[in-house]
Design a protein around this ligand. Structure first.
Ligand SMILES: *[C@@H]1O[C@H](CO)[C@@H](O)[C@H](O)[C@H]1NC(C)=O
Ligand SMILES: *[C@@H]1O[C@H](CO)[C@@H](O)[C@H](O)[C@H]1NC(C)=O
Ligand SMILES: *[C@@H]1O[C@H](CO)[C@@H](O)[C@H](O)[C@H]1NC(C)=O
Ligand SMILES: *[C@@H]1O[C@H](CO)[C@@H](O)[C@H](O)[C@H]1NC(C)=O
Ligand SMILES: *[C@@H]1O[C@H](CO)[C@@H](O)[C@H](O)[C@H]1NC(C)=O
Ligand SMILES: *[C@@H]1O[C@H](CO)[C@@H](O)[C@H](O)[C@H]1NC(C)=O
Ligand SMILES: *[C@@H]1O[C@H](CO)[C@@H](O)[C@H](O)[C@H]1NC(C)=O
Ligand SMILES: *[C@@H]1O[C@H](CO)[C@@H](O)[C@H](O)[C@H]1NC(C)=O
Ligand SMILES: *[C@@H]1O[C@H](CO)[C@@H](O)[C@H](O)[C@H]1NC(C)=O
Length: 376
């Protein structure tokens, strides 16, 4: 214990990072030394033994600057792979197979001097080191200036409440940096997302002082209203190029779907008139002539104030003139004629035919007679 100097080692790289850390004060006696780091209350702390000794019989750790039996915490005998606890054992310490002292759930009063004694076959080595346990910095707080936004429209500002300097922001669990979509203030405490998307729902900030102990804030969940992006109209029978061919009397179903949050409102328009249907689907159990024509399904997101629609036209198959028992005769697919009118039309057609024939006969006779007159 004659040499006393601060020393940094590989452990530093392996275990902890940067600013909160101090290199342990190292005290050596020939071939062994101890490296310790500042520990954090509630977390695991280590006193690392650096040793090139072989054939170790026993590692024993003690509180204070001596290796007296009354100060013993715990010891480990590699030959028999056995552990023994001492008077200063609190139940949280143990010696690793390499001789390191591990303290779990560190307490502030674990702070103090620690001495290790290493017995090898031809002698004994001792080293003492100081361990410091610090209070855990409280987790950062987080707040936002709003929690309800419309996608690609509204900005949101989030604030990390801490006195620490190394702040990392997480959006949906992924660390973020200033970019086109968001800005982090120079002190790191404010994150502004200029246009929130549906994928930016969970915000969190964290202190990254010590990698082993990330201290994260609560998560803030944003409610992002989005869509409808597009609307699909599925139907039975199927719709091709906006046309749905169906037989009169058959069942027709149409259903609108879209992705939107909150759930959108639906409206249906038939031949320009609003129908009293506010569901995504519409069912026509037995198609009539009046139900033919143009249908428009309107999808509205009242929060995002976005509305889109899709149309389909119900028609009968071209060239088909279906007749149904009990229904009126169908002349063409886009108009129909009542029974008395049909009779009237037939009569008129017959009369017109007779009239036309009369004219034809008259013309032929008169032309024939003129020609004959000219020839004479
Ligand atoms: C130390 O840990 C070992 C297992 O790694 C266990 O067998 C032993 O009982 C522990 N010793 C003490 C004193 O807790
Ligand atoms: C350390 O503090 C805890 C309670 O916080 C107590 O139970 C324990 O006895 C103390 N240990 C020492 C060595 O003073
Ligand atoms: C720890 O040891 C150092 C030197 O070995 C000594 O100056 C200091 O007073 C000790 N601290 C305690 C709390 O025993
Ligand atoms: C014990 O033996 C090792 C070599 O095996 C030697 O380096 C060391 O100095 C010896 N220690 C003592 C105290 O004699
Ligand atoms: C939240 O903060 C951003 C950025 O400062 C601002 O553009 C936005 O209007 C604020 N929103 C509310 C609801 O105050
Ligand atoms: C920051 O430090 C000030 C004074 O040093 C203290 O009043 C305040 O509570 C601290 N804030 C946080 C979030 O720790
Ligand atoms: C923040 O942490 C990095 C390592 O993660 C370190 O290099 C830097 O010095 C720290 N900055 C402050 C201000 O603590
Ligand atoms: C929509 O479909 C459901 C079942 O899929 C049905 O119960 C409901 O009556 C339909 N609504 C309309 C307006 O057709
Ligand atoms: C809608 O238009 C179609 C053809 O364009 C027609 O067959 C149908 O009777 C009309 N229905 C209503 C209720 O206007």
């Amino acid at each position: 214990m004659d040499v006393s100097r601060p020393r940094c080692s590989l452990w530093r790289k392996l275990v902890l990072v940067a600013n909160l850390l101090a290199c342990g004060i190292l005290q050596t006696s020939g071939q062994i030394s101890i490296v310790s780091f500042i520990g954090i209350e509630g977390y695991r702390s280590y006193l690392y033994l650096e040793s090139i000794l072989e054939d170790v019989q026993e590692y024993s750790w003690h509180r204070g600057v001596t290796d007296s039996e009354g100060n013993m915490i715990v010891s480990y005998k590699p030959p028999s792979n056995s552990w023994q606890s001492g008077p200063m054992f609190s139940g949280r310490e143990n010696v690793t197979s390499k001789g390191h002292l591990r303290i779990r759930e560190s307490m502030l009063n674990d702070t103090g001097n620690y001495t290790v004694r290493v017995d090898v076959s031809n002698g004994t080595y001792r080293a003492t080191s100081w361990l410091e346990i610090r209070e855990k910095e409280s987790n950062p707080g987080i707040s936002t200036n709003t929690t309800s936004v419309v996608e690609y429209m509204d900005p949101v500002a989030a604030f990390c409440h801490t006195n620490a300097t190394n702040i990392t922001w997480y959006v949906d669990g992924i660390p973020v940096f200033s970019n086109d979509l968001m800005t982090i203030s120079p002190d790191g405490k404010t994150l502004i997302i200029h246009k929130v998307s549906r994928y930016n729902k969970i915000l969190q900030c964290a202190l990254e002082n010590i990698l082993e102990f990330p201290q994260r804030s609560e998560q803030i969940f944003l409610t992002v209203a989005y869509g409808p992006d597009s609307v699909w109209l599925s139907s039975d029978p199927m719709t091709f190029n906006g046309i749905l061919y169906a037989e009169l009397g058959s069942k027709v179903e149409m259903k609108c779907s879209s992705s939107s949050f909150p759930r959108p409102k639906y409206h249906w328009i038939h031949n320009g008139s609003l129908l009293g249907v506010s569901e995504a689907n519409i069912t026509l159990p037995s198609l009539t002539w009046e139900q033919m024509g143009r249908y428009r399904c309107i999808v509205e997101n009242p929060v995002a104030q976005l509305t889109i629609y899709r149309e389909a036209q119900i028609r009968t198959r071209p060239g088909k003139c279906p007749l149904f028992p009990g229904s009126v005769p169908i002349v063409r697919r886009d108009f129909y004629i009542s029974g008395p009118l049909v009779v009237f039309l037939i009569v008129m057609t017959v009369l017109g035919g007779v009239y036309l024939c009369g004219i034809l006969v008259y013309m032929m006779i008169s032309r024939f007679s003129t020609r004959r007159n000219r020839g004479i």
